[in-house]
Design a protein around this ligand. Structure first.
Ligand code: GLN
Length: 483
């Protein structure tokens, strides 16, 4: 079978415009691959809707007028982002029968540009996890080796892109959920600056950290999708009013005098040897391109995991209070005698283990008498982590560090040990706490499994990250092993 979905968006666009391929052909390929691969990447497929849309778009293409570069591009959406008229499960039994009454701003913006959404991808329940194993709809497999996890929580999105089931996907990143699965699956994952992309229509996990961003095969597609979804949205009170640059057009501009800070020091001692080796080889490669490098040491890595887990669980415990089985959620079939019993029964059976653990942790951190000891302290430390990053980013344009401290791990390896699972977030959560943009790019392979590295940029400078990623990609340093 042809690998049309492996082409970048500008090439697909050209083929569509020249009449070499049709939108339906792209959909045929996507759906056939999804079925054949059986990686459990999707929770819901939008076959009927997408073929109907394809027909309309194909007519428009035939007329040949003002065809947007995103017209007819098949994109997958993580199942915690609402698409009107379709279910949004969040990988939870709690929302197994919930239908989105409206579309997220990101979805509207993409659809307005002619994107075809092919379905909703699997995720850790309510985006809580690093392996996609906490999904009520069972785990997704890594396309590079089906015994391994694809990372998480956007594991379905990253695996779908890596397995060429979609041109690109949307993910959400609260503490690493776009970057870490992108790294585990050998694709590109961009977490924007907090507030750069609207969260309207994204089911809230930890509202001060949640971000939506693209997962793609290359830097060009990231730039194109980012340009389409970013920008102010009156429906999101934390949305930033700044103008959105032309990321795609500017990809090749201003690469002179770029300086990258390479993270050394204490953090690297906690990184698995294989990952360190890939990072070293990658850094040597970057150096040979003429980009200036300097060593940097970032403080705060020793505290970022506890700080993140206090803040994220506190916010989650409050956000998830709405699932009471009355206003929202699964109602179950069990008998109950009193109101309180009904809440208990529905929340107990509607949520999985990890979600309940986090609600308890968060409720504990926010309890009277404990709040200043945990939550308030975590907020203060969060400011320090941000300031530390910003100081370093005054000297360098981006900071380079591994995306994950380990190679992809086996399905079942960490799921019974929450602390070791939380440690997977070592390299990503501090960036989320600082609210900064970061992109994970494929850097190499070990034992046939992908290893990614992460570039962290200044606030609102996702354009710089995309330029560097694009530049490095063109030097051939990025090894993608398309399935
Ligand atoms: N793995 C992290 C967690 O479990 C991050 C999740 C995310 O970014 N949604 O909280």
């Amino acid at each position: 079978m042809k690998n049309l979905l492996a082409l970048n968006i500008p090439d697909i666009h050209l083929s569509l415009k020249q009449g070499d391929i049709q939108v339906q052909t792209l959909l045929d390929e996507a759906y056939e691959k999804i079925e054949r691969n059986s990686l459990n990447t999707f929770i819901t497929l939008f076959k009927e809707d997408s073929y109907n849309k394809a027909k309309k778009l194909q007519k428009r293409i035939k007329k040949g007028k003002d065809i947007d570069i995103l017209t007819g591009i098949p994109i997958a959406v993580k199942d915690n982002i609402c698409v009107e008229g379709h279910s949004t499960t969040c990988g939870s039994r709690m929302l197994c029968n919930f239908t989105s009454p409206y579309s997220a701003t990101v979805v509207k913006r993409l659809e307005d540009r002619g994107v075809v959404i092919i379905g909703k991808t699997n995720l850790d329940e309510f985006a809580m996890g690093s392996s996609t194993e906490t999904s009520f709809y069972t785990s997704t497999k890594n396309p590079h080796n089906s015994e391994y996890v694809p990372g998480g929580s956007s594991g379905g999105s990253a695996a779908a892109v890596a397995a060429l089931e979609a041109v690109a996907a949307l993910g959400s990143d609260t503490g690493g959920s776009i970057r870490q699965p992108a790294s585990f699956c050998g694709v590109f994952g961009l977490k924007p600056t907090y507030g750069r992309v609207s969260r309207y229509g994204l089911v809230a996990f930890a509202s001060s950290l949640d971000c939506i961003g693209p997962i793609t095969h290359n830097a060009v597609d990231s730039a194109i999708i980012m340009e389409a979804i970013a920008g102010f949205d009156p429906m999101d009170s934390t949305s930033l009013p700044e103008d959105v640059p032309q990321y795609y057009y500017e990809l090749t501009k201003g690469m002179e005098n770029i300086r990258i800070g390479v993270v050394r020091g204490k953090l690297m001692e906690r990184i698995e040897q294989d990952v360190r080796d890939v990072m070293d080889e990658f850094t040597d490669g970057v150096k040979s391109t003429g980009i200036q490098l300097e060593d940097v040491d970032i403080a705060g890595f020793d505290v970022c995991i506890p700080v993140y887990y206090i803040i994220a669980t506190s916010e989650a415990s409050s956000n998830l209070a709405r699932y009471d089985g009355i206003r929202y959620g699964w109602t179950g079939e069990d008998e109950y005698n009193a109101l309180r019993e009904m809440y208990e029964m529905r929340r107990n059976k509607g949520f999985g283990e990890e979600v309940k653990r986090r609600i308890m942790l968060g409720t504990f951190s926010l309890r009277a008498g404990y709040k200043d000891k945990y939550y308030d302290k975590a907020i203060k430390t969060r400011q320090k982590i941000r300031i530390d990053f910003e100081e370093i980013l005054k000297r360098v344009d981006a900071v380079l560090l591994p995306t994950s401290p380990t190679l992809p791990f086996k399905i079942g390896e960490k799921i019974t040990n929450p602390i070791s699972m939380y440690m997977s977030d070592l390299c990503t959560v501090s960036v989320s706490l600082a609210g900064l943009p970061a992109i994970s790019i494929p850097a190499g392979y070990r034992n046939g499994l992908p290893v990614g590295v992460q570039l962290v940029g200044r606030r609102l400078e996702e354009g710089t990250l995309l330029k560097i990623a694009y530049f490095i990609e063109r030097t051939g340093l990025i090894e993608t092993n398309k399935k």
